[in-house]
Design a protein around this ligand. Structure first.
Ligand code: NAP
Length: 339
């Protein structure tokens, strides 16, 4: 594998040109325990040097803190990167396990102004609806998002965790540049109907948690035993107790392949996403592994040069169907929960 700069791709018809791998910034302020700020800032810089140009955040990550955290980096490199953030999801301050979702225009108008202010920018390159509020027709939400494009506050629109029919309905109102959904060796729900719809409509795909929130790298097994009190993964059914033990055993073929190819488990997982995207014929796929460490962003970027053979892909094929436990404790907030 080479350590040269990563290739670029267009994210959806009419979407932005970006490096074939982006960077998930969430963990720098939210969900995965304490962060070394200096190392995280150095990671943002190192990613850019490697050709990683899509930076992913959301207003909910640390209640605005993640947007503020990356703002100085964004200011320094405004023309070199594509900035993506999201609205619609908040965590109830009284009970952080409770989520509130709003897709209405009034809330959107408030969120965009808050994100622009925290990010210290005039325009957001890719603005996603983070989660679907089924009480608001998606056409109405996307219509309100399209107003932001007309006003020059947003360049491209994206949707996260939508079903195929929601994507189709949205796309009739305004072109959608990207769908962001979980996609990995462990999470393949979207291959049923979301990916075929994205291919048909020319919508790009931004797989989130392509490393299975770190589990696919083999760095932890049981989240409740090994990770800190506030770590979100402690609430995810597949990472605790008997499920975690059973799921760790599913990594054996990944480990075997990693050894054979002189790669890490994480690199095999990332290469798998890129290659499954080719199998589906997706024009633009840009996974956004999240890391706060330079050495890991280097390792992850290098995986874009790793090509798995058909027989290697076949070895990994049965894994997802055997995973024990859901992606989230409450799946009603996901596209799979509404499909
Ligand atoms: N749209 C949505 O609903 C949604 C949901 C979740 C996430 N996201 C976005 O997607 C991004 C990525 O997802 P994610 O962060 O949940 O999961 P991920 O990318 O699958 O995994 C991230 C975890 O893996 C660790 N890691 C990264 N590279 C590694 C390596 N090479 N070796 C070992 N461990 C490694 C990270 O730890 P360190 O940070 O310590 O390296 C972190 O704990 C997020 O940052 C966020 O922007 C979106």
């Amino acid at each position: 594998m080479s350590s040269e700069r990563i290739a670029t791709v267009q994210l959806g018809t009419g979407g932005p040109e970006v490096g074939v791998q982006g960077l998930g910034c969430m963990g720098m302020s939210f969900a995965y325990g304490p962060t070394d700020g200096d190392e995280a800032r150095a990671t943002l810089e190192r990613a850019l040097e490697l050709g990683v140009t899509l930076y992913d955040t959301a207003d909910v990550y640390g209640a605005g803190e993640n947007e503020k955290f990356i703002a100085p980096f964004v200011a320094k490199h405004r023309d070199e990167l594509v900035l993506a953030t999201k609205f619609s999801l908040t965590v109830d301050p009284a009970d952080p396990t409770k989520r509130i979702i709003r897709n209405d225009r009034a809330y959107l108008r408030q969120c965009i102004e808050d994100s622009l202010r925290r990010l210290e920018v005039d325009v957001i390159d890719l603005y996603y609806m983070h989660r679907r509020d089924v009480n608001v027709p998606i056409e109405e939400t996307v219509g309100a998002m399209a107003e932001l494009v007309a006003e020059g506050k947003v360049k491209h629109l994206g949707l996260s965790e939508v079903t195929a029919s929601e994507l189709r309905a949205a796309h009739t109102v305004h072109p959608i540049a990207a769908v962001q959904s979980e996609w990995s060796l462990f999470s393949r729900d979207i291959e049923q109907s979301v990916i075929p719809a994205a291919v048909e409509l020319g919508v790009g795909l931004v797989p989130y948690s392509p490393l299975g929130r770190g589990f696919l790298t083999g760095s932890f097994v049981d989240a409740r035993k090994e990770l800190g009190d506030n770590d979100f993964r402690r609430q995810q059914p597949r990472f605790t107790g008997d499920n975690a033990a059973a799921n760790a055993a599913l990594l054996d073929p990944v480990r075997e392949l990693a050894q054979a190819r002189g790669a890490t488990l994480g690199q095999i997982a990332l290469a798998w996403v890129q290659q499954r995207a080719q199998v589906h014929g997706i024009a633009g796929v840009v996974p956004i592994p999240g890391t706060r460490k330079r050495v890991r962003v280097e390792e992850n970027a290098a995986a874009t040069h790793l090509v798995l053979t058909d027989s290697e892909l076949a070895l990994l094929e049965p894994i997802a169907a055997r995973v024990a436990g859901d992606r989230y404790a409450d799946m009603s907030f996901t596209s799979a929960g509404r499909a």
